[in-house]
Ligand binder design. Structure first.
Ligand code: BES
Ligand code: MN
Ligand code: ZN
Length: 494
């Protein structure tokens, strides 16, 4: 989808559709201008109660005298006093769904008269294009009846009356994030018989071909064995799908600048292994690669706006399956760092692949490392499906992550990792166990990872609750935390 800035007045615009805001208090400024030009048609729609102006409402008006465009879309924007960031997202979702299902190929959007509490207009523009592009992803590509709609909205123009250059940048950033999210959602929704480790590697390679500044390499199991990744390989031992370590190097900054390393958990299906999971909802464990999908989505986003920064994406990708050759509870393995791990539960596999990926990431001399992983059920108990957990060893890095999430409608909340939790990982037979007992499961998982990142600034984001929408018609990947990660990287460039 294309986005542009315009400065013509609504009544003079010849787009397929003119979008203006209405509220329960009446018409916003642009609606009033338009209403004058078309001799009161909008006022009529409001006073006859066809639209009240609440968030989520919309109404098309056709064949209006006095204007150049064939239709007007009235968009409910709610009361000024209640309009917050979430409501703006909802307003833009409504706009996109109406426009995309209608006959307009392009639209001119006049919402500069709508204000959001604590947010600037450029933020609204970025959020608008993010929402529209991310909503452009259509679920169900494997239904035999799946058709991409033929008549879709191809272009949206936003009315902007000041600082055009900054507005353009906001539109571009939002589009990049939205398209990155769409990629992440698609990969998360694909079933595990299609989205295998090799498939993820192929997707990464395709990104490498698409973007000049991005180069991709894929390490096979033999290479990983040479590197000593005994922990990662203990997870793939029970699977007939070979594991892949996918490495994406994005060079947007100065060659000498230390990169940000993004590490994403890529368990393409998590049965639990020999510590087999119960059957109910096990299908959802296809989304255990959403950390990996988010790293790919984020790299897609920053590469498409040529963000001036260096980033290395590292994705350990594997299945976790039970089999005669699978790892057994009690087995002890040696990780790339040399530390030994007693695997007391093969279902705590995420940390086993991440620890080797974190060690590998440090070869790049990164400025910071952020890992993203659907790591624990415990984080869903703690924070539900709305907020990701963030933990790490550097307060400033954690604040940067939380700020980026708040800005990007992709919240994260800090949980404490304190040395007292580390003792829960003590083992009689190895340097550590891979589980920490009943309490604080999200934290002990992070404590495990902390043992592999002592020499570098590092943060871990547990997205088990936020990467996936549960149940019903909305069931599917959410595209998070692509907005948070991309915003984090954008903020680092300014
Ligand atoms: N992939 C799961 C975590 C998960 C659970 C993600 C629910 C999404 C939804 C992870 O590999 C896992 O199984 N964790 C275990 C750890 C436990 C054995 C210490 C868990 O959370 O139960
Ligand atoms: Mn597991
Ligand atoms: Zn898992």
């Amino acid at each position: 989808m294309k986005f542009q800035v315009i400065d013509t007045l609504p009544q003079k615009t010849d787009s397929d559709c003119i979008v203006v805001g209405v509220t329960p208090d009446g018409m916003a400024t642009n609606a009033r201008l338009l209403n004058k030009a078309c001799k009161g048609t909008i006022q009529k729609a409001l006073s006859q109660g066809d639209i009240k102006g609440n968030v989520g409402e919309s109404l098309y008006l056709y064949d209006i005298q006095g204007i150049k465009s064939p239709r007007i879309l009235l968009l409910g924007c709610g009361n000024d006093s209640k309009r917050d960031a979430d409501r703006w997202t909802k307003i833009m979702e409504t706009a996109f769904n109406c426009l995309n299902r209608g006959g307009s190929k392009n639209a001119a959007i006049f919402l500069n008269d709508i204000k959001i509490r604590n947010r600037k207009f450029n933020w609204m523009l970025q959020e608008a294009t993010r929402t529209m592009c991310s909503a452009g992803y259509q679920k169900g590509e494997l239904k035999s009846t799946f058709r991409k709609p033929s008549k879709t909205l191809g272009e949206a123009k936003f009315y902007v009356n000041r600082d055009i250059a900054a507005a353009r940048r906001s539109l571009a950033s939002g589009k990049a994030v939205g398209e990155g999210m769409a990629l992440t959602k698609r990969l998360g929704d694909l079933p595990a018989n299609i989205a295998t480790p090799a498939y993820l590697a192929g997707q990464a390679r395709a990104l490498g071909r698409k973007f000049e500044q991005l180069s991709v390499k894929v390490l096979n199991e033999a290479r990983m064995k040479k590197l000593g990744m005994g922990s990662l390989l203990s997870v793939s031992a029970g699977s007939t799908e070979p594991a892949k370590l996918i490495v994406l190097e994005y060079q947007g900054g100065k060659p000498s600048a230390a990169p940000v390393a993004l590490v994403g958990k890529g368990v393409t299906f998590d049965t639990g292994g020999i510590s087999l999971k119960p059957g109910a909802s096990m299908d959802e464990m296809k989304y255990d690669m959403c950390g990996a999908a988010a790293v790919l989505g984020t790299l897609h986003a920053i590469a498409s706006i040529k963000l001036p920064i260096n980033v290395v994406g590292i994705i350990p990708a594997t299945e976790n399956m039970p089999d005669g050759s699978a790892t057994k509870p009690g087995d002890i393995v040696t990780s790339m760092s040399g530390k030994t791990i007693e695997i007391l539960n093969t279902d705590a596999e995420g940390r086993l692949i991440l620890c080797d990926a974190l060690t590998y990431a440090q070869k790049y001399g990164p400025d910071v490392i952020i890992d993203v992983a659907t790591l624990t059920g415990a984080v869903i108990v703690a924070l539900g499906n709305h907020i990701s957990a963030v933990m790490g060893n550097d307060g400033r890095l954690i604040s940067e992550i939380i700020d980026a999430g708040n800005n990007a409608q992709d919240k994260a909340w800090q949980l404490p990792i304190d040395d007292r939790f580390q003792r829960q990982l003590d083992s009689n037979f190895a340097d550590m166990a891979n589980i920490g007992g009943r309490g604080a499961g999200a934290i002990t998982a992070a404590c495990f990872l902390a043992r592999y990142t002592e020499e570098v600034r590092w943060a871990h984001i547990d997205i088990a609750g936020t990467a996936w929408k549960r149940g019903g018609k909305n069931k599917g990947a959410s595209g998070r935390p692509v907005p948070l990660l991309t915003q984090f990287l954008i903020n680092r460039c300014s």
